[in-house]
Design a protein around this ligand. Structure first.
Ligand code: GDP
Ligand code: ZN
Length: 291
């Protein structure tokens, strides 16, 4: 058996495909470990030309979680860019955007809001609504995946990116444009992995070029935020950071307490009402017992 180092390019339950030295290996893990994720750099022990065992993962630059009522699961490691795809039609869910930005802030991953379907006349109203996020410092890119997806290219360069967003916004259209031969390749890997079993949530890493990669994962359309601490939440809202430590109670939930600096700022219009509502909903989700 030979030791080597590679990267997980597909995860699927307890099975992982690792790319190492220009080959791909169908890998199992030691014991029952499943806390590896697509994008992880790993040490492997090669058993034969097709199989290997994952020994350990290297330190991660970032980690994204999948939302699950029962358990939090890691789904993508070492992502450096989140592209949140949104469009005027079908009607976008702003809560999902808010949650995505929090996952990005918490994971120290740079988000970009990609406004797709710029060819539709309804886009102008959406852009007005999204101005708030531009004012908060988030990057916005407007394009039409159907007409020209090339404005996206420079944002992917040098990054490991994920495309997320609610269904119907154009993620598949963008993914297919970026990875014209992905379907063929995914077919190969899937046959090796699926072997008759039902496909659960998985993630696949594709190389766009030598140092730009795209992780495609249907499970990432909603973010796991359950690993976050309620008391840390206001750090992840750029417009709220300045009020850290200014509430009367150090453990303020910003929901009901007197002299809450966050609620006062919202009252004065310095914090958008729906952003305060998002903070309050998340606080209750993460620490329901306190209220
Ligand atoms: P996904 O669910 O996010 O993967 O979205 P899809 O890529 O499947 O796209 C949903 C629908 O939007 C499809 O009918 C696409 O043809 C359409 N669509 C995607 N991009 C554009 C665009 O730039 N302009 C318009 N008008 N429609 C688009
Ligand atoms: Zn408060």
């Amino acid at each position: 058996m030979t030791a080597s180092t590679g990267q997980i390019i597909r995860s699927h339950g307890r099975r992982f495909i690792v790319e190492a030295d220009g080959r791909v290996y169908d890998c199992t893990t030691r014991g029952k470990r499943v806390d590896y994720a697509c994008g992880d750099h790993v040490d492997i022990l090669i058993q034969n030309q097709e199989q290997a065992v994952i020994e350990r993962a290297h330190e991660r630059r970032s980690l994204l979680y999948r939302q699950d009522d029962w358990k939090t699961k890691v789904i993508a490691a070492n992502v450096s860019r989140i592209l949140f795809v949104v469009a005027a039609v079908p009607s976008p869910n702003e809560e999902l955007l808010g949650r995505c930005l929090i996952a990005a802030e918490a994971g120290d991953i740079e988000p970009v809001i990609v406004v797709n379907k710029s060819d539709l006349p309804e886009t102008a109203a959406l852009l007005n609504k999204l101005q708030l996020y531009a004012d908060l410092g988030y990057r916005l890119l407007t394009l039409s995946a159907k007409q020209d997806f090339s404005p996206l290219r420079p944002l992917l360069s040098g990054h490991t990116s994920v495309l997320v967003g609610q269904s119907g916004m154009g993620k598949s259209t963008l993914t297919n444009a970026l990875l014209p031969d992905a379907n063929a390749r995914i077919g190969d890997i899937s046959t090796a992995l699926d072997s008759g079993r039902h496909t659960t949530t998985h993630a696949t890493l594709y190389h766009l070029d030598a140092d730009s990669h795209l992780i495609d994962s249907p499970g990432l359309q909603e973010f796991g935020l359950k690993h976050l601490q309620a008391s840390d939440l206001i750090r992840y809202f750029p417009e709220m950071r300045q009020y850290i430590g200014q509430c009367r109670f150090h453990n303020c939930s910003h929901c009901v307490e007197p002299n809450c600096a966050i609620m006062a700022a919202a009252e004065k219009g310095g914090i958008a009402r729906h952003r305060l509502n998002l903070l309050q909903r998340l606080t209750q989700e993460l620490a329901p017992a306190r209220l």
